[in-house]
Ligand binder design. Sequence first.
Ligand SMILES: [Fe+2]
Length: 531
Amino acid sequence: MKIIRKSIAPPPQNFVSFPPEEMPVESRGDPWTILVVDDDPDILAVTRISLKDFHFSGRPVRLLCAGSAKEALHIYHSEMEIAVALIDVVMETDDAGLRLVKTIREEIKDRTIRLIIRTGQPGHAPERFVIDNYDIDDYKDKTELTSIKLYTTVRSALKSYRDLKLIETNRQGLEMVLKAAPGMYLHPVNEIQGFFKDALSQVIRLCQTACHVLPHENRDHGAIQGFIATLEKGDLKIRATSEWNALEQPWAKIVLAGIDKVTATGCSPVVIAPGQVMLPLLVHHKPIGVIVLDNLSYLTDNGRYLMEVFAIQCASALENFRLYDELEGANRRAMRMLAVAAEFKDTETGDHVKRLARQTIETALELGCSEEVALEMGQASMMHDIGKIGIPDAVLLKPGKLTDDEFEVIKSHPGIGATILSEDGNFKVALQVALSHHERWDGTGYPSGLKGEEIPLAARIVSVVDVFDALVSARPYKKAWPVADALAEIRRGSGSHFDPTIVDAFLRTHRHRAELRGDVTIKEVLSSRTI
Ligand SMILES: [Fe+2]
């Protein structure tokens, strides 16, 4: 199948599938390269004349001549691809040709090139001995090698070479698809951009391999380029591009105009313009994205099949991302609902938990936590007081000083929160925070009197930001503290109430926010997770 590229042209009105292929012979590609190794100039000349108008599979041959095994090896190393070598035996030494065969097969380990021994002195290299001991593909006596026999021999060798290359290319392509698949599924869910970049480079490599069956065919243009995009509410969102200006054409219009028509063909690549192919990404027969490739010249049936397999894998991995994100979104929403439920029991406002989440994330990041871990801690922080649901209003909302018994009741809220959150394994960090946010670095906190790093990191962070936010917030029984006073109070608690490392990180985030970054909303941080 061929895609003839002339120039960037507007897309056709109707998308068309690859047509059945019968190419004009002259345009099907570069010549087959044949190396003729012989120290007899007459043999070289006769061979040249005999193969002058030779064509195989629509491609002519190109002869390279060497007068010795040494020269042949030099040519071999300087050429990209030699399909067949016709090798004399007796040249600079009695077995120079046979040594050349050994070098190519055993040292260079080229198993694809077809090697034909052509000797005028069979006494030096008896056929049976040579065939038994050297990895050659044919043995010919020069005296019997007429022009027509040479034609038959070379044709047969080229056919064998072409088929071997096809098998090798298919093997490589399939290996690429198989190797790419696990990587797609194992891509960290918070690195969707990396997934798109990898998927695009893999499909381009696959095309390069699939196009390599017939080497250098009609590649009078640059490397294969392309982009990968998702379909978002009727619009096209380009996710990754190669080093190519994907905005060169109105892709949204082009893709959206044809996507419904091409989905009928499954994930098969479809020609949308000369040199340009669209690879739909389908889930349950519905398009969720597309890969567009430019500068393609030639695709074999097998290449097309490999691209289709790749597209199926890519679409499944993308759907996996979407489902994971949906699940994570549902978890986030459940967490917020729990947090809101807890606030109804308290005098604090909803803003408290939002500020808490933001400052927890910033502090965790400042401590060197990954974005994913920091986000999980931020979400968990919103439920630190979920256990207050179980505290009677008479105690929780009492305006005056609490009695010892009443304070004991208040001290039960971490345990109640942990019990609520233990219902679902997805809330593991939230459970740690709810249970341990009133523990103190010096071991004098509650409910368990944990000390130092016995207290989970997320709980140590929330402990700092919760106290700070409580100090700077106005409550029915107190005015809001000035920020500077609250920061000083936090600093005073370093090493006794709070983990000193976390206090330092927390104070740095305040400096950063004030001096460098301005405010960052939790929504902005969390929105970086959505796809
Ligand atoms: Fe609390």
